[in-house]
Design a protein. Sequence first.
Length: 160
Amino acid sequence: MDQVIDKPPRIRGYALHRMVAELHNGKAALFADEGTSIRIRPPDASPPVFEVGKVIAFTTTACVALRERRRHKYLPLADWRGRRAWFELEAAKGGFEVLAVHVSPGMQKIETHDDRRFSIDATEFTGVLRVTDSDAFGRCLVRGVGRVGKAFGLGLLVIN
């Protein structure tokens, strides 16, 4: 389902997003910067079907952003419990439950095509999940986790 390609040197941030979109005829695709390579999940990918109850190891880096009155609210980096609670809510929507997870809060520096620079929440979640709804889990694999940051390589749920 995923495509893994060597990453051109020195490309990052929004420029990486534009390159990935160009590979897929302008359609946004989920991707993750893995250092020397890029993992890409095409927008038209057919997810594998998993049985309900299947236990799977996973990792994802996502932007933890809560919506409050049509605005995003970001948690303090030290609030790992709030981040875990956010991920468990996303898991319920995504057709899986979290059995065990390690939360590593962080920030990702972004530089856009028009030279704007800012930081975005980039929390890494690594652990074990159990599939509770096969169809919803398949959609989660194709659409990603969370609403914010996908253009910057966040939200791709990588399963092992």
